[in-house]
Design a protein around this ligand. Structure first.
Ligand SMILES: [Zn+2]
Length: 518
């Protein structure tokens, strides 16, 4: 059976979209899950873009073993060298080097002639191959490039040693028929195209990213690139989980293999949504909250008589089975540990003790502990307890009444290591909290977006807040979870600020270390 490789770029194309900022531990957690999902290639970042990206790519490259790990590089020597340092520890070091080929990009962005672009691409691929066994070359904005020029440059980069060539629709402009035809044309005209992997990379500006990716597969693509939940620049990338499920459900028509473990989709999707703070629309195909909900009476009646009347995908297929939880207030540590393992978490004994105590505390307040709640507790334990926050929220008190001025009092640690209490007012409770936190945090803060949602169902569900803000010129996203949405909101605000401060202090430490070595 013909096999299609899945190239996941959640951590690169997805992560570079507005307001998403994951730390190394979070990126590593997502990469591990992508490995479990069965992604053939994981694009872990753009090593030359920042020390944070470099570190994350390096950690992922040395941790992940069953997926190929790659990093993005511009067609310049220094980017390739930096990427090599980040990726050389990988099982099979793979580089993704790109250069634009459309007339508008060559003339206005690169300010190069087509001849110069061919030379730069060839030189970059040759240099990359002198280090990396696997080199993917991407023609940025390929779909809006002259097809004859694409053939010429692809002939050259394949001769120079590229092992994969990627034909992106960078701006999401193609229709399925046109994009498919381009793949067929390249298959028929490029020398040596059968010796390399041919890859598709689609954006969703016109809502056609998944359809275009499948059109490319129908016309000879060996690999599709995309992200989990379709996150990414502007309208996002092709949603990989949708492509995987479409190829599986219509196996009768496509007859293809993907290597994707479909029952890991739900967990992957939830993890990416939680850690990026990008909420999934309820009606989204495959992973939306309502993707399997049958509301109308006629549909429900049909489902009762035979589920196949209206159901083409079962929740079980993507691992969404909500088996009833046998865990409650009286559950023991062994059963709890068991559950952590079944859910794919690896926690040390100390971590397990700590999260077990939290579980008991939550079970006192909340009647029913759901799988969603456990997911939150375990992820938090695995990711957030690894570093001490600079502003550590100790307590929060809010006074609100329809006839009073809302007031918030916050007690927290500060960068000097002291515990301080601050209070002020606002037009509403949340504004009072944000105003108070602004007094606490020294710097210029603007709130760009703020969302509150519940985790799971029920009146006692945990509250989740996501705050997108600008702090001293950097756009950041923070998340907070608590039984009360006001506390969750304060935590989300401080989480965003802490991310930036922790990142800055890591970078200063590195600079100091370099100075000491010199
Ligand atoms: Zn892209």
């Amino acid at each position: 059976m013909r096999r299609i490789d899945f190239f996941d770029t959640t951590l690169r194309d997805g992560e570079q979209s507005a307001g998403i900022n994951l730390n190394t531990a979070e990126k590593l957690e997502i990469a591990r899950q992508l490995e479990r999902l069965g992604a053939a290639v994981i694009e872990a970042g753009f090593p030359a873009s920042s020390p944070g990206d470099f570190e994350a790519v390096q950690r992922i490259a040395t941790t992940v073993r069953n997926s190929t790990v790659t990093g993005l590089a511009r067609a310049v020597k220094s980017d390739i060298d930096t990427s090599w340092d980040a990726l050389k520890g990988a099982e099979q070091p793979h580089l993704h080097v790109f250069l634009a080929t459309s007339p508008i990009h060559m003339e206005y962005k690169l300010k190069k002639t087509p001849d110069q672009v061919v030379d730069i691409a060839v030189e970059a691929v040759k240099y990359a191959r002198s280090k990396f066994p696997l080199v993917q070359w991407s023609a940025e904005d390929a779909f809006r490039s002259d097809p004859a020029f694409l053939v010429r440059i692809l002939n050259e980069v394949i001769a120079a040693g590229a092992t994969t060539v990627n034909i992106p629709d960078t701006v999401g402009y193609a229709s399925p028929q046109e994009y498919g035809a381009l793949f067929r044309f390249l298959k028929e005209n490029v020398r040596g195209i059968d010796r390399v992997k041919l890859s598709a990379h689609c954006h969703d500006d016109l809502g056609m990213a998944v359809a275009n990716s499948i059109a490319a597969i129908e016309n000879g693509a060996d690999q599709v690139e995309g992200t989990i939940n379709g996150i990414g620049e502007r309208a996002g990338n092709a949603a990989l989980e949708e492509i995987a499920v479409a190829l599986h459900i219509r196996k009768d028509f496509y007859n293809l293999e993907t290597g994707i473990r479909l029952n890991e989709i739900k967990r992957t999707s939830e993890l990416v949504s939680r850690l990026t703070g990008v909420i999934i629309q309820p009606n989204k195909a495959v992973v939306g909250k309502n993707a399997f909900a049958h509301e109308s009476g006629i549909h429900q009646d049909g489902m009762l008589k035979n589920p196949e009347t209206y159901e083409i995908i079962t929740p079980e297929l993507i691992g969404a089975t909500k088996e009833p939880l046998a865990l409650g207030k009286h559950s023991g540590r062994a059963a709890f540990k068991d559950r952590a393992i079944t859910m794919g978490f690896t926690l040390s004994d100390d971590q397990l003790n700590e999260v077990f105590a939290e579980f008991k505390e939550l079970a006192d307040k909340k009647k029913e502990i759901t799988e969603d709640d456990l997911f939150v507790l375990f992820t938090r334990q695995q990711l957030e307890k690894t570093e001490t926050p600079i502003y550590d929220l100790e307590s929060i008190q809010v006074q609100y009444g329809t006839n009073n001025v809302p007031t918030a009092t916050v007690t927290s640690t500060n960068p000097e290591g002291e515990t301080v209490s601050v209070a002020t007012t606002g037009a509403g409770s949340v504004e009072a909290i944000f105003n108070t936190l602004e007094l606490l945090v020294k710097g210029d803060v603007h709130i760009l977006d703020y969302q509150v949602s519940s985790i799971g169902k029920g009146r006692d569900a945990l509250g989740q807040a996501v705050v997108n803000l600008n702090f001293n010129g950097t756009q950041l996203t923070g998340r907070g979870i608590a039984q009360d949405v006001l506390e969750a909101s304060a935590k989300a605000y401080l989480n965003a600020i802490n991310r930036q401060l922790v990142r800055q202090s890591l970078e200063t430490q590195k600079e100091l270390a370099v100075e000491t070595v010199n």
